[in-house]
Every structure is written in C-alpha cells, then in structure tokens.
Design a binder for this molecule. Structure first.
Ligand SMILES: N[C@@H](CCC(=O)N[C@@H](CS)C(=O)NCC(=O)O)C(=O)O
Length: 215
C-alpha cells in the first residue's frame, strides 16, 4: 500500500491514524504542498492521482488483485474499515454510527475546507485576513463539536470505543493549535485529544514523526 500525503495535512493525518489503528503498513509517498508551487498542482499528479489537486491518495491492491487509487479521506477510511474490520471504527448500533458520521462531517465539511491552503489563498486574493478567517471557522466548528461531545462522549468522542470521530478529532485539534484558535472554548475536546494523543497509533501518525516533516 502507498499513501501519497503531506506531514502537516490534516486529511493525510486522519488516514495515517486509520492505517496505524488497523495495524496496516504502508509506503510513505511525500507530496510537498508548498515547494515549487506544490506537487499537487503538477499535471501528472492531477491526471494520475487526484484531479482535485489534493492529498491524501491511497494506492492499494484490491481483493481481486487490481491496483486502485482512492481519494477523499472519508472514503479511504470507510474502505479500510470495510476491508479490515478489526478493530471496528464505526459502532454497530445505527444511531451511534450516525452520530460518529455526524462528527466526521462536521470536521470534514464544516471546518477543514475553510482552513485549507486553496481557500486561504482565495481569501487573501479577495483582500481578507486568511488567518483570522480560518481561526473563526475553526472556533465556530469546534464549539459545535464540543456541544456534541458534552452530550455523547464517554471514554472517546462518541461513547466508549474508538471510532472515526476520534480519528478526525485529533488532526483537527492539531490544526486548531496551528491556527491559534481558542481551544479554551472546548475543554471536553481538549481532554479527549490529550488522551488520544497518548495512544501509540496516534503517536506514530503525528506530523512530527513523518519523514517529510520540517518545522
Ligand atoms: N475532503 C478531502 C480534503 C483534502 C484536502 O483538503 N487536502 C489538503 C491538505 S489537508 C490539500 O491537499 N490541499 C492542497 C491545496 O489546497 O492546494 C479529504 O478529506 O481527503
């Protein structure tokens, strides 16, 4: 398996956590998002790997032996969870499963796209303060997630088992700190994040532990 990714990308970080939780080994394929205008914008990358010019991309041999390339971290993680069901990253019970997916989407579509490189460049182009824009979007989203956590968390973000909600939470909290969002607004999430970051799969997936890390 190969993971085309970037150490600081939160969508990449999610997939690395999922791979580590499942105990799957993979080859790390670094895609530099900033150097020389960004590897993701190269025509060959867009043609062969990701037409959206984004990371991550997972290259994997499917059950029939064909080499496939998958994009979008939600789709990749759902695929990994279906193909390698242990340990499960979605609850068995339907309402709990919907709550996990709701946290996943809150982060995946409600926060992360608003702090993305492309979005921030567009805010700058329109004369706005990109960092303030991202910070505000993160604060708004995490305050909503904190409310969910207060109602539904146990040992983990939803209930008492590790799920995709936790896999998405940790990279988003990393992003929140990077953008200097106000994490004091979200004490439940801070406590969950702290506990999760002590788990070995989360440690191995951390941006600073990746081969392309640079400060
Ligand atoms: N929904 C996508 C988001 C992917 C995404 O936003 N990737 C970012 C890094 S976290 C990226 O490649 N940005 C490059 C750019 O904006 O030029 C996913 O979950 O995989």
């Amino acid at each position: 398996m190969k993971l085309y990714n970037y150490f600081r990308s939160s969508a990449s970080y999610r997939v690395r956590i999922g791979l580590e939780v499942k105990g799957l080994s993979f080859e790390y394929m670094p895609i530099h998002l900033l150097k020389d205008g960004g590897d993701q914008h190269k025509p060959s990358y867009k043609a062969e790997l990701n037409a959206m010019a984004q990371v991550p991309v997972l290259e994997v041999t499917d059950e029939g032996g064909a080499l496939v390339r998958l994009t979008q971290s939600v789709a990749i993680l759902e695929y990994l969870n279906e193909r390698w069901p242990d340990p499960p990253l979605l609850p068995k019970e339907a309402v709990a499963r919907a709550r996990v997916r709701s946290c996943v989407e809150l982060i995946n579509s409600g926060i992360q796209p608003l702090q993305n490189l492309g979005t921030m460049a567009e805010v700058r182009r329109l004369g706005g303060d990109d960092k303030a824009f991202a910070r505000e979007a993160i604060n708004r989203g995490l305050v909503a997630l904190e409310a969910e956590a207060k109602r539904f968390s146990g040992e983990y973000l939803i209930g008492d088992a590790l799920t995709l909600a936790d896999v998405f939470l940790v990279p988003q909290m990393f992003g929140a700190r990077r953008f200097q969002a106000d994490v004091s607004l979200t004490p439940t999430l801070v406590a969950l994040d702290k506990r999760l970051c002590e788990l070995v799969p989360f440690q191995k997936a951390h941006p600073e532990r990746q081969p392309d890390f640079s400060a």
